[in-house]
Design a protein around this ligand. Structure first.
Ligand code: AMP
Ligand code: MG
Length: 333
């Protein structure tokens, strides 16, 4: 298959929308990461997304909408919490999990009775959804397991030859995937941390927001690690290089990175370092995945990454990605 490279011109988005309406696959920019889109109501199209990504079929997709009214076609739920979220965050980097209507194929939701829905904050994405005339199921546009793509060239590196088209938009503003918030239970529960923090959600909803236990648990402890979001259980975001996260006081972390770098280099290894500024959470979110991809492209053997404070909500979201990238390979100093 030859993958067409498109721009964000109106004609090109129209072309992309036609591909999606006809059951094809198009990668497109959103404010979080690039998505790989298909008609969410077309079972065959959705099946081909799983195939193109090599994604396990029990890992459900987020369904993207362009207008508030589109939500009613996906869920029968009437919940004041949905209104509050839609009014204050959408379009934006927050996904809600709600009960699904029977018209949504089980393929799209990984066999679950619930569906994850988001309205992305990207003109290109909104136009694409509107022109396609259907909700668009879109996981991140990378091969399953590899770092999420935040630049069109990252999408091309993974997906050229596997999908119909890529819309070349700019770099993604946020850089990590959306916060996933489950609204099907009595307590609003964060299943995946993201740029929209628990504090912000509590303020908007006017009630307590919980974290899925698996997010705070120790992955070495099986009993702790039963995520309610199926995608959270898989090996994720992993660079090709071995990766170690160093955790501790800032100066100690810097020293330990230097020490380990020296040793590894003496062994003839090529070493990459990722260290963000102390409070630079947004910058870390923006840069993390592209740094992993750049270091892999440089052919490094080992990546040493300094842990961020995970007390701030965005720091917690970045640390969630960083720990998974490293396969929970953490050293405390
Ligand atoms: P990605 O497609 O890579 O952005 O990942 C989507 C995330 O949303 C995965 O972690 C999924 O497990 C999660 N997700 C999608 N639909 C549901 C759902 N119905 N219930 C719980 N989590 C979901
Ligand atoms: Mg993904």
């Amino acid at each position: 298959m030859i993958t067409e490279h498109l721009t964000t011109s109106r004609e090109d988005i129209e072309k992309a929308a036609e591909i999606i309406a006809a059951g094809g696959l198009v990668a497109f920019p959103t404010e979080t990461v690039y998505g790989l889109g298909a008609d969410a109501l077309n079972e065959k199209a959705v099946a081909s997304v799983y195939e193109a990504k090599g994604r396990p079929s029990d890992n459900p997709m987020i369904v993207h909408i362009a207008k508030r009214e589109d939500l009613e076609k996906l869920t029968p739920d009437r919940d004041p919490r949905i209104d509050k979220i839609a009014d204050s965050i959408w379009p934006g980097p927050l996904t809600i999990v709600v009960n699904k209507r029977p018209e949504i194929p089980g393929r799209t939701t990984g066999g679950l009775d619930t569906v994850a829905v988001r309205m992305p904050d990207s003109e290109t994405a909104l136009q694409l959804i509107e022109m396609a005339g259907c909700p668009i199921a879109a996981p991140s546009a990378n091969l399953s397991g590899s770092p999420s793509p935040t630049r069109a060239r990252d999408v091309a590196a993974d997906m050229d030859g596997r999908i119909d088209a890529i819309i070349y938009g700019g770099d993604c503003r946020v850089g990590i995937e959306s916060t996933v918030l489950d609204l099907t239970g009595a307590k609003a529960t964060i299943l995946r941390p993201g740029y929209i923090t628990a504090d912000a959600l509590e303020e908007i909803l006017g009630e307590d927001v919980e974290y899925d236990r698996a997010l705070k648990g120790d992955p070495a402890n099986e009993a702790d690690f039963k995520p309610r979001s199926p995608g959270m259980k898989y090996k994720h975001y992993a660079p090709k290089a071995e990766m170690i996260v160093i955790k501790g006081r800032r100066e100690d972390v810097a020293d330990e990175i230097e020490r380990r770098k020296k040793i590894a280099e003496e062994e003839g290894k090529k070493v990459g370092v990722i260290q963000f500024g102390e409070e630079a959470f947004a910058e870390a979110a923006h840069d993390f995945f592209s740094r992993l991809r750049d270091l892999d492209a440089q052919g490094v053997d080992l990546i040493l990454a300094g842990a961020l404070s995970d007390e701030d909500g965005v720091g917690f979201a970045v640390m969630n990605r960083m720990l998974k990238s490293a396969g929970y390979n953490v050293i405390r100093v």
